[in-house]
Design a protein around this ligand. Structure first.
Ligand SMILES: C[S@@+](CC[C@H](N)C(=O)[O-])C[C@H]1O[C@@H](n2cnc3c(N)ncnc32)[C@H](O)[C@@H]1O
Length: 270
């Protein structure tokens, strides 16, 4: 996958993508990241990329022409068609579903604003989609672009060692992930739940499902509202709530009486 980033600080995004699995994806050629600086395409001695807003008011606005020339250069660097995404607090919220959609593409161009933002005419003419990483305002689009690069790259085939690990992540099936444990089994901070040591894969799957349902109910009830739970899911959640009410904080080892095939997938309502 190729991602081009148009930014006054393209090195920022490149640095963020230089570590861990995403960094290795770059080294292995699974992700190719390219930066374009509008200042390199600005004219005049001062290579001006911004100017005062028409109508007055505070701040500066990024100029059309340096951004447009950068976009043209980025597009021309590869014949594959690219989707142009402007990172903006006014965009659609970035969700895991949106990340999957972007990861299915072969090329993205990420446009990062600064100051008060970008001249609206460039957005209207060149941008396919605006994406926000949350209801807060950053000083520039680079952090948001780095978030998109990271979230998208890890979903590309071959990037994660075990592709299953992404499938089990929070939001993938409409729920939060279950808790995870490793060695030592006994620690002064507590013991690993016994069911995870049982070797009974059906019990382990049921317990994990129950934890995922319970956590989602406790932490993100809005997600549960959107999910359609199977009968088995509702039974697991009821057990979780009962254990919580009994005072074990929903962490007990109890494995509800469900068969291995019962915990069906939770699908987000379309
Ligand atoms: C200071 S912000 C401009 C905010 C703009 N005046 C507004 O209120 O919509 C500068 C740049 O940061 C980026 N940005 C800020 N917050 C963001 C967010 N929540 N998601 C994505 N990009 C963001 C955008 O690229 C934006 O052009």
């Amino acid at each position: 996958m190729r991602i081009d980033v148009i930014s006054l600080f393209p090195e920022f995004v490149a640095q963020c993508a230089a570590f861990g699995v995403v960094g290795r994806a770059g080294e292995r050629g699974l992700l190719s990241l390219h930066g374009w600086n509008p200042r390199d395409y600005a004219e005049g001695n001062y290579r001006r990329v911004d100017d005062r807003p028409c109508g007055g008011g505070p701040g500066m606005v990024m100029l059309i022409d340096p951004l447009r020339a950068s976009l043209q250069a980025a597009r021309a660097a590869d014949p594959a068609p690219a989707r142009v995404v402007y990172l903006s607090p006014q965009g659609v919220p970035l969700t895991q579903a949106k990340v999957r959609e972007l990861a299915a593409r072969e090329r993205l161009i990420l446009l990062c604003g600064r100051y008060e933002g970008i001249d609206e005419r460039l957005i209207q003419a060149e941008v396919d989609e605006e994406i926000s990483i949350g209801d807060y305002v950053l000083s520039g689009g680079e952090l948001a672009a780095a978030v998109v690069v990271d979230a998208v790259a890890r979903l590309r085939e071959g990037v994660l060692g075990d592709a299953e690990s992404a499938v089990q992540d929070s939001f993938e099936d409409g729920l939060l992930d279950c808790p995870h444990y490793s060695r030592p089994i006994e620690h002064e901070l507590g013991s690993v739940p016994e069911v995870l040591l049982s070797g009974n894969h059906a019990h382990i799957a049921a317990w994990r499902r129950m934890q995922a349902l319970g956590r989602t109910w406790q932490r993100r009830p809005d997600l549960l509202d959107e999910a359609s739970l199977s009968k088995a899911d509702r039974k697991l959640l009821a057990t979780y709530k009962a254990e919580l009410a009994a005072g074990d904080g929903g962490k007990a080892d109890t494995v509800p009486a469900v068969t291995a095939s019962e915990p069906g997938p939770v699908r987000a309502k379309s």
